[in-house]
Design a protein around this ligand. Structure first.
Ligand code: 4AD
Ligand code: MG
Length: 432
């Protein structure tokens, strides 16, 4: 007997096959039982007709509890009433693993309950759709950067120095030394760019941020390209091209998942049209002040209501350029004509999703960078290797970081970032 997964139904119409699956739901009458089946590849229906299978198999099917795992044998046929388009007419079934009192029933559950049962919640259609889209974005990221001539370089996760805000580090022991979990691979990616030209990384990063918002995770995945001989303007072009590419990939390959999530394709299609608008930080402050945000003044960082307001002025993601030097990281290059702002941009997603990319041109001058490191209360010795990059053939270079889960949340149109990663680490949660 040919063993297939549900997604392969379309190539097996009329054939007798075996499928390993779980019972997501079930309804039955005296003569026929409908099993909602899932196997991870897709969801579809199994039909068990009493007069075809006999009393014993029929009673077995009728008695199946939610999430029982089974092996079914039957014939695939087209099913025009379902969106998936196929179903299986069951001949025989065998229980593999029983399931009693499955905690997540088809009724509504509260968020905390679902989060406590995240290990089971992942089995639902909605979580399935989100993870499919997450996977598509990861796949598209690898494709895009490889096509563009980048090479993937993996920075370390255990590090000896801070890349971003040193107050948000997770401390750990490295034998007799103090070490941290990586907040960003950037500094290592700069070294890699000097070795390989165009590089990107994709890995977990950690921030001990005491933020409890719908946009913050403690552990999240970041994609960080770094490009030698590239100024910031060229980096913005890579960024918008990359965003359009991942959205197009999701539109092309995740139609079913977008449907499950009720995400409007037309809204997403608009985000593939380039270029994205740009606004200077200075002008964004003026815009906010003119529109009732009186409290914010030049030099302040934006809060999420500010970012949302700015984003609402455009129908696509918007770059906010050249922030004040004092509120950005030590490695950013100051503007050539004025010393109070740096050559950087945050890309703000529409629809209230906030910052999805942070990027900048890097300071390449040895003296200037040494000064910045000291201004930030960091030590030259700790950053000696990083400063070396400015001693041996220093070149202009730029890079950026995309938060994978922010992108997934936005593209899926989901309310909270917690659903965008299989096992979210939040301020008050490390279980399960
Ligand atoms: O703006 P950030 O802090 O930039 C960096 O780390 C740079 N070193 C990147 C670079 O230039 N190579 O973080 C980059 C992105 C943010 O725009 C956001 O999408 C995401 O990472 N991010 C978070 N996502 C979820 N939870 C958090 N706590 C996040 N902090 C940042
Ligand atoms: Mg940022």
């Amino acid at each position: 007997m040919k063993k297939i997964s549900i997604i392969e139904s379309k190539d097996n119409v009329g054939k007798e096959v075996t499928i390993g699956a779980w019972v997501a739901n079930k309804r039955s009458s005296g003569k026929i039982a409908f099993l909602q089946l899932r196997d991870g590849s897709a969801f579809f229906q199994g039909i068990v007709v009493k007069s075809e299978v006999g009393e014993e198999v029929f009673q077995l099917a009728k008695g199946l509890n939610q999430e029982t795992s089974i092996l079914i044998t039957g014939t695939i046929q087209e099913d025009s009433r379902s969106k998936f388009g196929y179903e299986i007419v069951v001949k025989n079934l065998e229980v593999i693993g029983e399931s009693h009192d499955y905690p997540i029933t088809p009724k509504e559950h509260g968020t905390e309950f679902l989060m406590d049962h995240r290990h089971l919640w992942l089995r639902s259609t909605r979580q399935h759709a989100i993870m499919q889209i997450r996977n598509e974005i990861i796949l598209a990221t690898y494709k895009f950067f490889n096509q563009e001539g980048f090479i993937k370089i993996d920075p370390p996760i255990l590090t000896a120095n801070a890349a971003e805000d040193s107050t948000e580090l997770f401390h750990t022991e490295y034998f007799d030394e103090e070490a941290f979990l990586s907040q960003s691979g950037q500094l290592y990616m700069e070294a890699a760019a000097m070795a390989f030209g165009k590089v990107f990384s994709f890995g977990p990063t950690f921030r001990a941020e005491k933020s409890k918002t719908r946009r913050h995770l403690i552990e999240f995945w970041m994609m960080e390209p770094e490009m030698a001989f590239m100024d910031h303007e060229q980096s913005l072009e890579v960024q918008e091209k990359y965003i359009a590419y991942i959205i197009q990939s999701v539109l092309d390959n995740c139609d079913h998942s977008l449907g499950v999530l009720g995400r409007d394709r037309e809204v997403l299609e608009n985000y593939t049209k380039l270029p994205f608008p740009r606004i200077f930080y200075d002008d964004a402050i003026v815009l906010l002040n003119k529109n009732g945000f009186d409290e914010i003044k030049w030099g302040d960082d934006f809060g999420s209501p500010h970012e949302t307001f700015i984003a609402e002025q455009f129908d696509k993601p918007v770059f906010i350029l050249n922030y004040p030097k004092a509120i950005k990281a030590f490695y950013m290059k100051p503007h050539p004509d004025r010393d109070d702002v740096v050559l950087c941009a945050d890309l703000i997603a529409p629809e209230g999703y906030g910052e999805i990319i942070g990027g900048s041109e890097r300071e390449v001058d040895f003296e200037a960078l040494t000064e910045r490191i000291e201004e930030f209360g960091l030590t030259q010795e700790d950053y000696a290797w990083y400063l070396d990059l400015r001693k041996y053939g220093s070149v202009p270079h730029s890079g950026f970081g995309l938060g994978l889960e922010r992108a997934v949340t936005w593209i899926c149109g989901t309310e909270h970032i917690r659903e965008s990663i299989p096992f979210p680490r939040l301020l008050n949660r490390i279980y399960p």
